[in-house]
Design a protein around this ligand. Sequence first.
Ligand SMILES: *Cc1c(COP(=O)(O)O)cnc(C)c1O
Length: 421
Amino acid sequence: MARLHQNGTSSGWHVQASKLSLMTSNPIREVVENLKLTPNPDKPFITLSIGDPTCFGNFRPSNLTLNAVKDSLRVKESWNYGQTVGNLKARQAVAEYYSARQNSVSANDVVLCSGCSHAIDIVISVIASPGQNILVPRPGYMIHKTIGEGLGIKMKYYDLLPDCNWEVDLEHLENQIDGNSVAIVINNPSNPCGSVYTKDHLREILKIASKYRVPVIADEIYENFVFSGYKYTAMSSLSDDVPIITCSGLTKRFLVPGWRMGWFIIHDKHNVLAKDVRRGLLNMCARILGPNTLIQQALPAILKNTEEDSFNEMMLFIENQAKRACKMLKNAPGLRPIMPQGSMYLMVQIKIEYFPKFTDDFQFIKQLCSQQSILCIPGKCFNYQNFMRIVLTVPENILIEACGRIIVFCKTHFTDVHKII
Ligand SMILES: *Cc1c(COP(=O)(O)O)cnc(C)c1O
């Protein structure tokens, strides 16, 4: 008779985790867990690390957005399963939204997903096969790595230039492309850099994509998140021949990250993508039987009531936060904040050579937390050393308090190495 409920290999059980699951990791979660943080109990803990504008309570979705879902709750279509690519009315609403703002899009080119990250997941897993590579920015938001690595897809990094407003190092990008490159990921406006690319710069990138016939995955979840004097341009509006798959969603603009509603849009004017790419994209949607139908039902009303005024107010707030943080942190010896042009983050260089007590930026961030109870995300999470990312959507008084403590911390540990002979 079989022995039941026994552990260990002698039981005859061989349940193992797949290679895919074990190779899948989120660098931010992994690194932050590894920091083993112990904030200073005498100072209230301030986290400048979470890229969720709603988590501090100072930003909330508009009543129009909330009511759109309330009104959908009792509609039968919001309980049913929907089409796996998203329901036609909801896709039409997305197509109209972009047709009015960027360039003409049809509902057939829109696929709804469970958040922007799911859109990126589907696109990458269709476009790339094991052994092939995709080009991703450094520093960059590492969702592509989380998605691609378990699948055996190689990430190749192209550099962004901190001294040129984080523009793409075009020569480096070009040098990274090889015969196995199947997509270039462009994140504009950028997380973590806060850069907003000019039309000319986007055209330069497209020139390279065109030369090597590599499509672009445009992560534009921060579309229109720009400060005064800067303009967001959709990559798709500039491309003639290069297929662009744009990924975005409600998450950041409409302040509802938890609703998990995103999409990708296929821009392929000359139908150069093989027919089976479209088929592959549709096939992948079937894996979760389509996204949330309650939010889909509300989508037309949400996208119609964009409330530009409150959005512009939020952007002005973020811009002022960026200016304030930059101004303050310029007084922190050993740090160099790089003024962003949009999105909701600030990158700060840590000139680690001025902090000989710390072996690396990781130590710096760890000690900043244990002494001053401030948590920033280390550059390592974006594959970039000696930088940290600060989230700008925190309330004003908290940002000021945090920058004040960072200054104290730097003044305490700064050593002018040039004075030591
Ligand atoms: C927040 C974010 C996402 C993920 O968006 P979800 O809709 O929450 O999945 C994707 N890309 C970038 C650059 C982001 O900052």
